[in-house]
Design a protein around this ligand. Structure first.
Ligand code: PRP
Length: 174
């Protein structure tokens, strides 16, 4: 077990629930008919689950898993695909669902490979954004909360695979 523990709630369950419900309606408004959501594992699993439950109408889902090579030691943006999609994107209205955009390298890579599969439209929804950490200018149409550069966990986000199960988002400190 790590010495570090989440010691300050940054975003409460209530704040997250309210904002995620708003995002769900906003996305639905933009895509009232066909809508295909792609969640990026593992961090996005809780966000996706609340997002789709707050979304009226039909929506299809798929999952992909990626891992960045030597994260933190390189800015190459090289990302390894651990699990690919199962459903084709051709002609679909696709929204990538991510927990956080930090440097922007992961999303830049994902948008590039998914755009190559010819969706009708491709947009991105991120629960959290840390703009001060950005290394590349990536477009994210739906952002839940803009936060400062603090290490956050919970609601899907981990520190060494811990704390994903917290129902809120907390700051980790010694
Ligand atoms: C996190 C997050 C994004 C990425 C964002 O994933 O889910 O995929 O980092 O960082 P970037 O903007 O600097 O590229 P992580 O590698 O922690 O994997 P996880 O989702 O399995 O926790």
């Amino acid at each position: 077990m790590s010495e570090l523990t989440p010691n300050e709630i940054l975003l409460s369950e209530d704040q997250i629930r309210t904002r995620v419900a708003e995002m769900a309606l906003e996305i639905r408004r933009d895509f009232p008919d066909d809508l295909h959501l792609i969640a990026v594992l593992k961090g996005a699993f809780m966000f996706l689950s609340d997002l789709v439950r707050a979304m009226p109408g039909h929506v299809s889902l798929d999952f992909m898993a990626v891992s960045s090579y030597a994260k933190g030691t390189t800015s190459s943006g090289e990302v390894r695909m651990l699990k690919d999609l199962e459903i084709a994107l051709e002609g679909r209205n696709v929204v990538i669902v991510e927990d956080i955009v930090d440097t922007g390298l992961t999303l830049t890579y994902l948008q590039e490979i998914l755009r190559a599969r010819n969706p009708k439209q491709l947009r991105t929804a991120c629960l959290l954004s840390k703009p001060s950490r950005r290394q590349v200018d990536v477009k994210v149409e739906y952002i839940g909360f803009t936060i400062e550069d603090r290490f956050v966990v919970g609601y899907g986000l981990d520190f060494a695979e811990q704390f994903r199960n917290l129902p809120h988002i907390a700051v980790v400190g010694p």
